[in-house]
Design a protein around this ligand. Structure first.
Ligand code: 9MR
Length: 355
């Protein structure tokens, strides 16, 4: 072996180490980019990601990938109540405005998430003392201030997020406790008043694994429509797993389409380690099964009426910034990009879904 060849081999192996997956210390087996130059922006419907404000600020590779690949942007956390409205008379627009500015500068649609949720509430809300009227005013003021601030910039909102338990009963959230379940209808009305042009969504998870929950959600949105409450779309979060059946996913999508609303697959990710196996490693076989599941979801979605295709949004960008390993304290690889910002087999699966 020549000295030059030896040096080249050493360099290649060092680069290989830099490419290692931090969770498993195994090289990612599927980092080969697809041969064509298409990006997810070229999909025949909007394709988005939930983005993290501090990563956009601090990580140039992350930011470049977001700018390059997506036509729609959702703020992962920056538009939640606790971030935007930390004290009763304080609004903090910094993170959200930065995301909006980046999206606008690059011609991307912005989907707002979320005006009302049981989680990510600041303590001034959870400790709030007031009668029904005061709670109603709090709800209305928050929604109208936020929607008003982003009027003309944010194209659509998740107005209410995750109002149901998996068994189809209403979640006993602070909003239900203080205002009863019909606050949901008023939340949509308040949002419409603040920006008549924004599309308004109800967003939830579990349509594909709980028939009871799916039925409850469909009943809610159908009754809102019948009553003339302004609702334009239904968000299926679709935090799913590689071994979820196509039949279940199809039932979730088909029943959403039957409402006549626009359908947003709003938080897609496909877990490879749903059983929380601490020693699982990422293999080519798992990568291929994940790619196949991304492909079948995209294919089913692409088959729905064009007018109802609001788009597909993945929840986070790469396996390195996914919420799943953090939340469940396990190794997992749920997204179409690996932690080195490279396209995985799943990426090709998404492109193949619209072929
Ligand atoms: O990914 C989000 C994570 O960073 C936050 O800590 C968490 C609580 O605000 O919310 C996560 O995003 C959730 C989304 O807002 C609603 N659907 C479930 C998502 C994953 O938990």
């Amino acid at each position: 072996m020549t000295k030059k060849l030896f040096a080249a081999l050493v360099l290649a192996s060092l680069l290989g180490c830099a490419n290692m997956d931090h969770t498993t210390l195994m090289p990612d087996p599927v980092t080969t980019p697809p041969s064509n130059s298409a990006t997810l922006k070229d999909m025949p419907f909007p394709f988005g990601a939930a983005v993290n404000a501090s990563l956009l600020r601090s990580n140039a590779s992350y930011k470049a990938l977001v700018v390059k690949e997506f036509s729609s942007i959702t703020a992962e956390n920056a538009m939640k109540f606790g971030t935007l409205h930390p004290a009763e008379s304080t609004y903090n627009w910094t993170d959200a405005d930065e995301i909006v500015a980046l999206a606008q500068a690059n011609g991307k649609r912005i989907h707002g998430h979320t005006l009302n949720w049981y989680k990510s509430l600041p303590t001034w809300v959870t400790n709030f003392q007031g009668d029904t009227q005061a709670w109603e005013n709090l709800l209305k003021t928050h929604i109208q201030t936020v929607v008003g601030h982003f009027k003309g910039k944010v194209a659509s909102w998740d107005v209410v997020n995750e109002a149901f338990e998996d068994d189809g009963t209403y979640r006993n959230s602070i909003w239900v406790q203080k205002l009863g379940t019909d606050y949901i209808a008023r939340a949509f009305q308040y949002a419409r008043q603040a920006d008549p042009d924004a599309l308004l969504f109800y967003n939830d998870y579990g349509h594909e694994y709980s028939t009871a929950k799916r039925t409850a959600i469909l009943n809610l949105v159908t009754s809102l429509k019948t009553r003339g409450i302004p609702i334009d779309g239904l968000g299926l979060q679709m935090h799913t797993r590689y071994n979820q059946t196509d039949a279940n996913i199809s039932a979730a999508i088909t029943s959403a389409v039957a409402t006549g609303l626009k359908v947003h697959i709003s938080e897609l990710d496909i877990a490879l380690n749903p059983d929380n196996n601490q020693s699982l490693t990422y293999t080519a076989s798992l990568a291929d099964q994940q790619a196949a599941k991304y492909k079948s979801i995209v294919k089913m979605y692409y088959a729905i009426p064009k007018a109802q295709q609001f788009g597909i949004t993945i929840w986070n960008v790469t396996d390195g910034d996914s919420w799943i390993p953090v939340e469940y304290n396990r190794p997992d690889w749920p997204l179409p990009f690996d932690r080195n910002y490279q396209r995985k087999a799943a990426y090709q699966g998404i492109l193949d879904g619209v072929k």
